[in-house]
Design a binder for this molecule. Structure first.
Ligand SMILES: [Zn+2]
Length: 344
């Protein structure tokens, strides 16, 4: 079969790799129907040292079960399923607490010999705990929004939930990438009425408004902080959803959060130290967030997607075939595409 491999910064190739086979009785084989490129894939795409050897890549996919191991129940060949971006048994103590990203028997896609999602098929470890059955056909128009359940929408949701967003909370979302826009959608879904989106790409912030943003602040840095403060009577918002991961974004987050408020970050931090100084301490700011346990949220979010109450799949603005995946990476890295869907 064919799959995407990353060889170094800016060097993504489609190559033949061995067909996956069942190795453990808890495995399933899934033929990939839709996959996509994540903003976090752009970190290795921007900086991975070239080693001469390629690594599989991709951690968001949905597909059709082709075969299951003898210990897998509740799934059968022919089922359409979505995979969260971390695989997990869904039964250990961490999983029962809703923290499948810390599963004692789980792990990441495209690491340690596990397949990546950007290919034609995947061996899924801990299949019974990992995969969620989708009650639609593989040609459903809902596939983009269902695929968004693998990572981007639950990540935005996790940001809103950990920040404590509810109908009476004011919200600032930092970042107009796919995660930031998903955080807007999630905050709106949780009932927030005032959602300020900080982003400077008009086509993206327009989608943010469609998702529920009430105000858009295109300015950055001190000017952006000033604008949010103006919009909130000088106080800032109760919650700030930081969906970028760069140091200026977390600095802005602390500057626009209201005293006693909460900053949640789901942009994978590309900085070693959180700039939470004595001033932040004096203002009683809570910092929360982290990697989203997508599996914990899919059951709750799925009905809203199936019934069309939310359409997180609108973040996909380009579709490519597997052969065109290198173009998809270039487009996302060059910001000409928001999020790229792959039809293998
Ligand atoms: Zn577990």
């Amino acid at each position: 079969m064919r799959a995407t491999l990353i060889y170094g910064a800016g060097d993504v190739r489609i190559e033949d790799v061995p067909d996956p086979v069942l190795r453990e009785p808890t495995d399933a084989l899934v033929r990939v129907v839709r996959s996509c490129i994540c903003g976090s894939d752009l970190w290795p795409y921007g900086s991975r040292p070239a080693t001469g050897a390629g690594d599989r890549i991709g951690h968001e996919f949905l597909g059709v079960v082709e075969e299951v191991g003898r210990d897998v129940s509740g799934l059968a060949a022919g089922d359409l399923v979505v995979a969260p971006f971390v695989w997990a048994d869904n039964t250990c103590d961490f999983c029962r607490e809703g923290l499948q990203t810390s599963c004692r028997h789980g792990g990441m896609w495209a690491r340690d010999g596990i397949d990546g999602g950007q290919g034609e098929a995947v061996r899924v470890p801990q299949a019974q705990g990992t995969l969620v059955k989708l009650p639609v056909a593989e040609d459903s128009a809902l596939l983009p929004s269902l695929l968004a359940l693998s990572d981007v929408f639950p990540t935005g949701h996790h940001c809103a939930v950990t920040a404590g967003v509810h109908p009476r909370t004011t919200v600032t979302v930092i970042g107009d990438g796919a995660v930031g826009l998903s955080a807007v959608l999630a905050a709106k879904r949780l009932g927030a009425e005032r959602i300020i989106l900080m982003g400077r790409h008009k086509d993206r912030t327009d989608l943010g408004r469609e998702f529920g943003a009430t105000d858009v602040v295109a300015e950055r840095g001190a000017e952006g902080v000033e604008r949010v403060r103006e919009l909130t009577g000088g106080d800032g918002t109760h919650t700030v959803l930081e969906c970028v991961g760069l140091k200026p974004a977390i600095e802005t987050a602390f500057a626009v959060v209201r005293d006693g408020g909460t900053v949640s970050r789901v942009g994978a931090p590309q900085y070693p130290d959180v700039p939470a100084d004595f001033g932040v301490f004096l203002r009683n700011i809570t910092l929360t967030g982290g990697v989203a346990p997508a599996r914990a949220y899919i059951d709750e979010l799925l009905p809203d997607v199936l019934e069309g109450r939310v359409e997180p799949g609108k973040v996909f603005d380009r579709t490519v075939t597997l052969d065109q995946v290198p173009d998809g990476y270039r487009a996302m890295a060059g910001r000409s595409a928001l999020k790229v869907l792959i039809r293998p």
